[in-house]
Write a protein that binds this ligand. Structure first.
Ligand SMILES: Cc1cc2nc3c(=O)[nH]c(=O)nc-3n(C[C@H](O)[C@H](O)[C@H](O)COP(=O)(O)O)c2cc1C
Length: 200
């Protein structure tokens, strides 16, 4: 049995491919690990503030010196960090928006990146503290980025691998529903993504 955290960041509602792909990944995880629990977090629906001076301050200033507004922001960050640590497996829906991740997913990353909590520095450089997790990324994109001419612009998978690895989440697998808007590819792109799912 595993605790699964499912992050969603689609802006296309019920038709979202990254959400459908995420659900298909979770089904396979649940087949492998019976009675696993799933916590859903729709990042587009919740208000995660952009990092601003008054938000950043909350990460470093003692709680009793914060304004009420600042306290709200640190409470959210603390909650997101706790939720992340409680998960064994994280499924991240990552639709491509203007060559990168949606800003709601970036805001989540900004709020779970906490010096001394989710990462630190040792004698040999940075140390990720979010360890022992398995991460599956459910990517979706109009174009094809895993191969061909689009590969030069394949930013999302390398970014998530590098940054989540920095935080200690080094075991990451990406499944892609790609070419969803490319004639000749779009008709089988999603089916291909579903078939590629392999839970290790
Ligand atoms: C605002 C916006 C920007 C997009 N930018 C890109 C892009 O840069 N590259 C790409 O391949 N697809 C792009 N797309 C297409 C989406 O990646 C595609 O519709 C995908 O299915 C989105 O995931 P979802 O279905 O989970 O929402 C964009 C779509 C929207 C709505």
């Amino acid at each position: 049995m595993k605790n699964i955290l499912h992050l969603k960041s689609s802006i296309q509602g019920a038709t979202s491919y990254s959400v459908k792909l995420g659900h298909a990944i979770i089904e396979e995880i649940q087949e492998k690990y019976l009675n696993s629990t799933v916590e859903e977090l729709n990042l587009v629906d919740i208000e995660i503030p952009h990092l601003k001076p008054e938000v950043l301050r909350t990460f470093f200033i003692p709680n009793d010196q914060l304004t009420e507004e600042e306290k709200k922001s640190i409470l959210l960050s603390d909650h997101l960090v706790k939720q992340l640590f409680a998960a064994d497996i994280i499924v991240i829906g990552a639709p491509l928006i203007n060559f990168t991740i949606h800003s709601a997913l970036k805001a989540w990353i900004d709020h779970i990146t906490r010096a001394g909590i989710t990462f630190g520095y040792g004698e040999n450089g940075p140390i990720g503290k979010v360890t022992g997790k398995k991460v599956y990324v459910a990517m979706s994109s109009g174009g094809v980025y895993s191969e061909g001419p689009g590969k030069a612009n394949d930013f999302v998978a390398p970014y998530l691998k590098a940054f989540l690895g920095f935080l200690g989440m080094t075991d990451l697998t990406v499944f892609r529903a790609e070419g969803l808007k490319v004639p000749g590819v779009k008709d089988y792109a999603f089916e291909k993504a579903i078939k590629s799912i392999k839970i290790d």
